[in-house]
Every structure is written in structure tokens, then in C-alpha cells.
Write a new protein. Structure first.
Length: 439
């Protein structure tokens, strides 16, 4: 395998700690918040007075003698200031978009790390600038400490739980505190070589994204499309949305707005949805690798929901359908498999027949009927084929009459067809084995 450039990936492991170590982590997190607030006050005052906001180098020079800076190791203090400067860079980028009319609301200034209800500094994260101040493996995390917190060896040694999925050149590290689970997690950025695409015949595939049918895959040379039904994922999302509404009603009766239980419910709903998306992206990458696909065309749906009111379906389209997240996960999975992803403008792909390019009618939502050749399509399968033809620059329609699409459903563990059990074995074969055992 040959490599040509590097890409960045993130290893995430859970950090295990004792009561004494928890106090040390809390102290470090509080000092990081104190430095952030002091430097952010300097930046906000400069902005409100119309003066240039200090750069990262200027912040380091001005705060190197500040008590909050000297209370931290230099690699941690410098990384806090760098993150603050990146936050201001993001603010200025959003401000330019707002002035051009591309954002509805004016962006707010980077905030202080402070709990408005209690007035205390929350412990959020501990960033570390470079590997010279930490070491991380599958079992242990070693972190440098300021002079007043050092014990015998001068470092904080913590046990870790998890798997380092990516190996390469280590970069920055962040210790993040999850307030809902009351746990610390280590996020390590690793620079890994990106696999170069091997020289092999070009083969294309296309992907149509949707809310009810999350993805529809069409592969060149195959006359059967693959549909990923979002029905089970949507039902699970609705269940947790109902739990969230019940908790919000309980809090409203008590005169409160939020609670740890409410944050936990939001986190659970988001993680279960992401789990389904991750499995979907992995399954698509596996199928593409199995068919030796080199390029995947995916529709570009940027801004498709802006200014649109779907009425009762707003929760489906605006809350449940995380199209950007799904697209990013699919792109990352294909990149790891060495498959190129190319965005395609989807305009008109659902309104014409993939066989004869004639206009189609939509008697029901999920069906497309060609007005010329009379083919009855699944609307998403027809759109995926049109994206494939558009991306591969073929001027004619589909070469063969497509078969009925294969529908895969989410069983909370993996994507399977209705002819397949949760273990991945055909139901008929599984039943015959059980009958043989009973005999």
C-alpha cells in the first residue's frame, strides 16, 4: 500500500481516576477556565473599543506573567489561548457571512466559561498542546502537572479504558469532562497516512439521501438498488423525544428549565441516532469495497431546508434528519476505504425517468411512474440511478431494467434485510438448523 498525504483522526478513550486524581483534574480544569476568561475579557474589550483583537502570539506574550497562565504547564496554557483565538476566528468568519446576508442572526461574541446560575467556573476541558507533555497508550495516560500539584514523579498517571483505533503521529490531546455521565474522556488527535487509491478500473456508485429512506445506493453494473429504511431509527428518535417532553413538563411544573436527567435524555437520543448513522456509513463502505467501486457520487443538499416550513413534519426534517452528519460519516468511511467521494447537484434527479429521461409522475410519495415508458420506480431508487448517470457523464438512461430494490432495516445493532436475522444469517437456514436440533 502506497501513501501520498496525511489526514487527521481522533482516538477517544475513557479516563479512570481515583478521588485524589479527580480533585487534581478538577483543579486543572478550573485553572484552564480562569485563563480562558481572563484572555477572553482582554479580547472582548479590544473588540468593543474598536481595536484589533490580539493574535495568538500577542496573547502568549501578554499573559506569560499572568497568575492564571503561570498556574498551568506552558503546553496547556498555550493551547487554551490557541483555542480562544480559534473561537474568535470563527466569530469573525460568521460575522462576515452575516454581513453578506448568508446568516439570519448576528453571531455572538465568544462566551466566558462561567455558569450563569451559580456564578462558578465549570470544568469543561484540559487541552494539551503537544505530545512532549503527555503520553497515551491503550492502558495508561501520563500528563504533566504544575509545580504545586506534583507528587513524587511529577506527573499524573491515569488508567484508560477503550481502544486506540488509529495509530500514527500523535498531535494535541484534550481531556473533556462529561457533566451528564460525570466522566473524563481523552480525545487524542493523530495524523495518519491516507491510503493512495490503487490503479484499477474506474467503477462508480451513487447515493441518494433522504429523511424516511436515509440512503439509497446504486452501483454501476448492478440492476438492484439498496435502500436503507429509516423507519426503526425514526421510531426510536420519537420515543426519546417523548421522554424529553415528559421531563420538560415535569421541570416546568417545578419552575425549572433544565436538569441532569434532561441533559442525559438529549445525549442518549443523539448517541443512538449517531450509532445508526455510523453503522450505515460502515455498511455502505463495505458494500462499495466488495463491488470494487472507486468513486461514489453523493448529492449535495447544502441549504435544502433553509426557509422551508414542513408543518407537522418539521420534527422529521429539521430535528431527526441530520443530513450533514450522515454525509460526513459516509465520506469519512469511504476515505478510510480508499474510495473517492464527489458531490453532485441533485436538481431534477427525482423528476425524470432513469431509463428514458422522460418526466415522471408521483401518484404516491414513494413511487415514480414514467409517463413515456410506463416503468414504476421507487422514487429514491430512480433518483440514485439518475445521480449515477449524471456523475458518470453518461447521456443515456439505465442499461437494464432495474429489479425491485433491496430494503435494509435497522435492528438497533446492524442493518439487515427482512430475510436476515439479527445474527446475520438467513432466517430459512436458521430455522432449518433449529428443526434439525429438535429432531
Amino acid at each position: 500500500m502506497w501513501y501520498h498525504k496525511n489526514m487527521k483522526r481522533c482516538n477517544i478513550v475513557r479516563v479512570l481516576f481515583s478521588k485524589e486524581q479527580a480533585k487534581v483534574l478538577e483543579t486543572l480544569g478550573d485553572r484552564c477556565a480562569a485563563l480562558w476568561n481572563a484572555a477572553n475579557f482582554r479580547c472582548r474589550q479590544a473588540f468593543l473599543k474598536g481595536e484589533p483583537v490580539p493574535s495568538y502570539a500577542t496573547l502568549c506574550a501578554e499573559f506569560q506573567n499572568h497568575p492564571a497562565y503561570k498556574a498551568l504547564p506552558s503546553d496547556i496554557a498555550q493551547e487554551v489561548l490557541k483555542k480562544l483565538r480559534k473561537a474568535w476566528d470563527s466569530f469573525f468568519a460568521c460575522l462576515r457571512l452575516w454581513k453578506k446576508g448568508k446568516l439570519e442572526k448576528r453571531p455572538g461574541l465568544p462566551r466566558y466559561w462561567k455558569d450563569r446560575r451559580t456564578g462558578k467556573r465549570p470544568v469543561r476541558l484540559i487541552p494539551v498542546k503537544s505530545p512532549r507533555s503527555y503520553s497515551l497508550d491503550a492502558r495508561m495516560l501520563s500528563l504533566t502537572l504544575p509545580a504545586d500539584l506534583r507528587d513524587g514523579n511529577g506527573r499524573l498517571v491515569l488508567h484508560t479504558k477503550g481502544v486506540l483505533r488509529f495509530s500514527g503521529t500523535p498531535k494535541t490531546l484534550e481531556l473533556r469532562y462529561d457533566r451528564v455521565k460525570k466522566r473524563w474522556y481523552a480525545h487524542q488527535v493523530v495524523e495518519v497516512p491516507e491510503p493512495e487509491r490503487k490503479a484499477k478500473p474506474e467503477k462508480y456508485a451513487a447515493l441518494d439521501l433522504g429523511a424516511r429512506i436515509l440512503a439509497t445506493l446504486a452501483i454501476e453494473g448492478s440492476n438492484r438498488q439498496i435502500l436503507f429504511s429509516g423507519r426503526k431509527v425514526w421510531k426510536d428518535f420519537l420515543y426519546w423525544t417523548k421522554r424529553i417532553a415528559e421531563e420538560q413538563s415535569r421541570l416546568a411544573r417545578a419552575g425549572r428549565k433544565t436538569s441532569r436527567q434532561l441533559r442525559k435524555l438529549y445525549q442518549t437520543r443523539a448517541r443512538r441516532l449517531r450509532h445508526a448513522y455510523l453503522a450505515l456509513a460502515a455498511e455502505i463502505a463495505r458494500m462499495l469495497s466488495q463491488h470494487r467501486v472507486t468513486t461514489l457520487f453523493i448529492e449535495d443538499l447544502t441549504g435544502i431546508r433553509e426557509g422551508m416550513d414542513f408543518g407537522p413534519k418539521n420534527i422529521l426534517v429539521h430535528n431527526f434528519w441530520a443530513v450533514r452528519q450522515l454525509k460526513n460519516l459516509i465520506t469519512a468511511a469511504c476515505a478510510r476505504a480508499g474510495i473517492k467521494v464527489v458531490p453532485v447537484e441533485p436538481r431534477g434527479t427525482s423528476s425524470r425517468c432513469a431509463v428514458c429521461s422522460s418526466p415522471t409522475g408521483r401518484p404516491v410519495r414513494h413511487k415514480a411512474v414514467c409517463k413515456r415508458c410506463g416503468y414504476v420506480w421507487h422514487a429514491d431508487a430512480n433518483a440514485a440511478l439518475n445521480i449515477l448517470l449524471l456523475g458518470s457523464s453518461k447521456g443515456h438512461g439505465a442499461e437494464a431494467t432495474p429489479l425491485k430494490p433491496l430494503v435494509l432495516r435497522w435492528n438497533r445493532h446492524r442493518w439487515v434485510s427482512r430475510f436476515e436475522s439479527a445474527a446475520g444469517t438467513p432466517k430459512a437456514a436458521s430455522g432449518s438448523r433449529m428443526a434439525a436440533r429438535a429432531a
